[in-house]
Design a binder for this molecule. Structure first.
Ligand code: HEC
Length: 164
């Protein structure tokens, strides 16, 4: 009887531990930035075949900032709640006209100085193609994103500038 109660309690413990770790994971997960196409457009860039990043980034990408992030572009310090999206699209050409084609992915940065303290207060995520659920960045992956972004010391790990 005691043995059975013990294993029952143990099972309960293990189950709640599993639930807790799942909860912690979803708590840290960056939500899909719904409506980002209506945010402020920061800048765009073309990545051509001469670029070493052509295979993964080839095409055009647009950077968008939410209201809070616009303050960051002004001051060089992005407040909590800032969100930035880089929207990567392939391009197609017809009779000299280059236009947007299929979406490769979106790259997302979200500022929460407590939750993402390990990566300069920025959470990093990518969503494949048009998917709002298919995430591409692991915890180690986020550290890699930050390793490059952190070189932008003066601008709080943000590369793009808000053109006047
Ligand atoms: C090797 C360096 C490097 C790595 C690694 C990198 N980025 Fe970037 N990222 C850049 C550069 C450069 C830009 C600016 C591109 C432009 O201006 O068109 C940028 C722009 C961005 C932006 C728009 C905001 C800004 O800083 O201008 C987001 C969002 C972003 N990256 C997310 C990510 C995510 C998520 C990862 C990891 C999966 C990542 N980046 C990895 C170099 C990097």
């Amino acid at each position: 009887m005691i043995k059975r109660t013990c294993s029952f309690v143990l099972t309960l413990c293990l189950l709640s531990l599993a639930a807790l770790s799942l909860w912690a994971k979803t708590e840290d997960a960056i939500p899909y930035p719904k409506g980002y196409r209506y945010w402020a457009h920061v800048s765009s860039a073309l990545v051509g075949p001469q670029s070493p990043g052509f295979a993964v980034n080839g095409g055009i990408h647009h950077i968008y900032a939410n209201e809070k992030a616009l303050e960051g572009y002004r001051t060089g310090q992005f407040p909590d709640g800032s969100a930035l999206v880089a929207d990567f699209l392939e391009t197609k050409e017809s009779a000299g006209l280059t236009t947007e084609s299929a979406r490769r992915r979106i790259d997302v940065m979200v500022k929460d100085s407590k939750r993402y303290a390990a990566t300069g207060g920025w959470g990093f995520e990518q969503f494949r193609g048009d998917s709002q659920t298919e995430r591409l960045v692991t915890a180690e992956g986020a550290a890699k994103c930050y390793a490059c972004h952190s070189k932008q010391k003066e601008t709080d790990a943000v590369f793009s500038k808000f053109r006047k």
